[in-house]
Design a protein around this ligand. Sequence first.
Ligand SMILES: NC(=O)c1ccc[n+]([C@@H]2O[C@H](COP(=O)([O-])OP(=O)(O)OC[C@H]3O[C@@H](n4cnc5c(N)ncnc54)[C@H](O)[C@@H]3O)[C@@H](O)[C@H]2O)c1
Length: 264
Amino acid sequence: MSDSTSPRFTDRTAVVTGAASGIGAAIARRLVAEGASVLALDIAADALTGLADELGDRCAPVVADVTDEAAVAAAVTAGVERFGGLDLAFNVAGASRYGAVTELAAEDWDFTVDLVQKAVFLCVKHQARQMVAQGRGGAIVNVASLNAHIPMVGGSPYSTGKAGVEMFSKNAALELAPAGIRVNAVLPGLIDTPLVAPVLGYEPAKDLFLARIPLHRAGSPDEVAGPCLYLASDDAAYITGTSLVIDGGWEISNYADLSRLGSS
Ligand SMILES: NC(=O)c1ccc[n+]([C@@H]2O[C@H](COP(=O)([O-])OP(=O)(O)OC[C@H]3O[C@@H](n4cnc5c(N)ncnc54)[C@H](O)[C@@H]3O)[C@@H](O)[C@H]2O)c1
């Protein structure tokens, strides 16, 4: 039985992609606060340096592009050399290019799907190889999106890619279970990060979103980090191949609310 008063991730080593901003930074901060050592990976070198300065010795920054397989593999190796192993992985890096189905350039489709979907495969491939070689299991959390379930106008590569992340996570969970490696996905709704600043900074757009969210606000990066750490923790030891929607109730709100008509 674990001691519920000790930090959950003492002596564990984690990699967090997209760690320089938003959800990834919140995950990295909480992991370090709860005892883990963190390999923080991102392409944004300056922001990554700022995070590493803030978090100290148990955070090792690595500037790498998650769409570059050799860079991903090298980053995993660097993390293992620095901290002695890899127990947990959080694949968070993401961005999107938008366009109507009839207009979208093939290169914009490739950019987005390579980043949000293929890169998750590349990361899990090299993270899981290391975990299998160590022989002590592990836990991987992939950040998909509510857009895996809900399409958005102009966002076909993003929604399609994120739907792929959800299924890929289940497939990887199936294949990696014999090695004691759990793989789960989270599907955030509207979270207040730089990624959605254009929406939250423009009142008419913000109002359209909030009208669909029963809790009537955007979530914070920390409100995604908490469930991610839960899925990586020993409390979730029997959970693999699932996906957790973190959306303030958005997904359940798509039915006409007849109570608005009043009782007459
Ligand atoms: N914010 C939301 O509302 C929301 C909702 C659903 C899902 N998500 C997903 O959550 C994840 C994190 O997004 P966020 O909101 O924190 O955004 P963010 O822009 O704050 O952070 C994303 C990070 O990913 C990094 N990144 C981008 N391309 C990269 C690459 N090729 N290699 C390495 N790093 C790269 C960026 O530099 C940035 O630091 C993304 O996968 C995003 O799709 C966000």
